[in-house]
Design a protein around this ligand. Structure first.
Ligand SMILES: [Zn+2]
Length: 107
């Protein structure tokens, strides 16, 4: 694959192609390949950064949920709804272990 800086030399070499050769189409193919490769690398890099940002955000949210759950354990309020104060059913806790709301309030 051509590197981005090879596109200029590909254009310069296009003029040196013998008569009868489809110089412009060969040069264009080389340039297109270089540009496509560069864009693909940039897109791949952007996707990787977005995935890292997404994972970092998910970890931050998980960390926040754990901290809040530990605070509820310390306060002795585990299993009670933060909104209405009713006991959260075991079924709802089993389905949503980190919840701080009863099924009705979580609605
Ligand atoms: Zn509730």
């Amino acid at each position: 694959m051509l590197k981005p800086w090879d596109a200029k030399s590909a254009m310069q070499n296009a003029d040196k192609t013998p008569v009868g050769e489809p110089a412009t189409s060969k040069a264009a193919a080389k340039i297109t390949g270089a540009v496509t490769g560069t864009v693909s690398a940039q897109v791949a890099s952007m996707v990787a950064m977005a995935e890292q940002d997404c994972l970092a955000q998910q970890w931050a949210e998980l960390r926040r949920d754990i901290d809040q759950a530990l605070a509820r354990v310390d306060a002795g309020s585990v299993g009670y709804c933060n909104i209405c104060g009713d006991r959260i059913t075991e079924g709802h806790l089993a389905a949503h272990p980190g919840t701080s709301f009863c099924a009705a309030c979580a609605g």
